[in-house]
Design a protein around this ligand. Structure first.
Ligand code: NAD
Length: 422
């Protein structure tokens, strides 16, 4: 068994590599095998047998519970820890079992602080916006902090009352509108957490020669948490990447000292030198702008809750949930889990109609991450040609004029035939 490792910041990927995978609940049993067949075909085509993936199943979710009585066995977490990189299908959220979400548990165990969601449009896929070809973004959503930390107390409980007493008696807070019937939540946002996220986003933009990184926040209202994220984000750009970035605060300083013409000139120079423009926008304006001028945005760095809303809106703009890939990554340790972003879709499970594109595209992200770019590109090309020819699973084909509706397995076969042909 060949393991990926990370030394001195560099990922070492053996040619015969073992990748642990979680099949997933519900439609997981359909999308996982199809995505593996596609990846195997692409790797074979790109490297003619000199590179290969050995898939190693690890258990989580319903399958794990049936076999071991545990939703997320320690061996599974251990495998991801040891093999560094893995992939997973969707998992049921167990109800009343003391685990908030298996996905959240995996992210926390491995400190996967970036949730990366690339969003692009494929020609042929029907979109609700007029110019979906202008949508080409990479969302870096902070994965470990914010209101998602799960620190909250229900109205009426002793804890909520105690917290209220602390707020009013010790902190002098007088602004709770209905104190007796309020639930409370805490929103931790740190300099470290914000800066490692923004640093990862800037490094990604540099590696992929992307023009800008936009910090999306609600700092106008939440000054120390979301506002802190913005300030710390700019700080990391200016301190860690002074030669490679040009920030909006820099622009403003030049404007104040030397006037608008000089600031515009400095910005134009930075762009011509290939520097990354680091800017910020308030989250609500951002959601509006993505509909009106999506071409203004490339890499997005944002906090957990904003990132949740943004990911879904942008996914909808390019064809929806069945086609949106994702990954949870710790760029420092190298750990990464690539995943289908949709759920277990119990209403269509077992019917061979589910769209496997989300997991296939997440596999593409994984191939890119390990540097097997030729294999990744061949899958993307095959998908482009398949969608352009009007072939897709039911969720997308029914919206395409004259679209040909394929089953899950047929869709996989068409992609494989297409990539073999190219
Ligand atoms: P869901 O994503 O499973 O389904 C929402 C709707 O989208 C359904 O109509 C479904 O048929 C459709 N859909 C989803 N994926 C599709 C695909 N690939 N192709 C075609 N149609 C697709 O969301 P839900 O119903 O809210 O959740 C069901 C279960 O999944 C819950 O237990 C939830 O906790 C879990 N869940 C897991 C993940 C994950 O593992 N990443 C994400 C979301 C929800």
């Amino acid at each position: 068994m060949s393991k990926i490792s990370k030394q001195n910041g560099i990922l070492n990927v053996p040619d015969m590599v073992t990748i642990p995978f979680i099949e997933g609940d519900g439609v997981g049993a359909e999308v996982t095998p199809v995505s593996q067949l596609v990846v195997n075909a692409a790797v074979e085509k790109a490297y003619g047998g000199t590179r290969r993936i050995e898939w190693m199943e690890v258990l989580a979710g319903g399958k794990a519970y049936e076999k071991t009585g545990c939703w997320l066995p320690d061996e599974t977490i251990q495998a991801f820890r040891e093999y560094l990189i893995g992939i997973k299908g969707p998992l049921t959220t167990p109800i009343g079992e003391g685990i908030r979400s298996l996905n959240v548990a995996l992210r926390q165990e491995l400190d996967l602080f970036v949730c990366l969601r690339p969003v692009r449009w494929f020609r042929g896929v029907v979109s609700p916006v007029k110019e979906p070809q202008k949508v080409d973004m990479f969302i870096f959503r902070e994965n470990t902090e914010d209101i998602y930390a799960g620190i909250e107390w229900k109205a009426g409980t002793e804890e909520a009352k105690k917290f209220l007493r602390f707020l009013t008696e010790e902190m002098g807070v007088k602004k709770v509108r209905f104190p007796e019937t309020s639930s409370f939540g805490v929103k931790p946002v740190s300099r470290e957490g914000s800066q490692r996220l923004v640093r990862a986003a800037i490094e990604f933009a540099l590696q992929n020669r992307l023009p800008s990184v936009t910090l999306v926040h609600k700092g106008n209202i939440m000054k120390f948490t979301e506002g802190g994220f913005k300030l710390w984000g700019y700080e990391v750009a200016e301190k860690d990447f002074p030669q490679q970035t040009f920030t909006m605060p820099q622009f403003d300083r030049i404007k104040k000292e030397s006037g608008e013409v000089a600031a515009n000139r400095a910005m134009a120079e930075a762009i011509s030198e290939g520097k990354i423009i680091v800017k910020d926008v308030i989250a609500d304006a951002f959601l509006q702008n993505t509909l009106l001028m999506p071409e203004e945005y490339s890499v997005i760095a944002t906090l957990n809750l904003n990132g949740d809303y943004i990911s879904d809106q942008l996914a909808a703009m390019v064809g929806g949930i069945g086609i949106a890939p994702g990954a949870n990554i710790n760029y420092l340790s190298g750990h990464a889990i690539f995943e289908a972003t949709h759920g277990t879709a119990p209403n269509i499970a077992g019917k061979n109609v589910v769209n496997p594109s989300s997991l296939i595209l997440s596999s593409v992200m994984m191939l890119d991450y390990i540097g097997w770019k030729e294999a990744a590109q061949s899958i993307v090309k095959a998908m482009e040609e398949t969608f352009e020819s009007g072939q897709a699973t039911r969720d997308l084909a029914r919206l395409m004029p004259g679209g040909k509706c394929l089953s899950t397995a047929e869709f996989g076969d068409v992609i494989i035939n297409q990539l073999i042909k190219c």
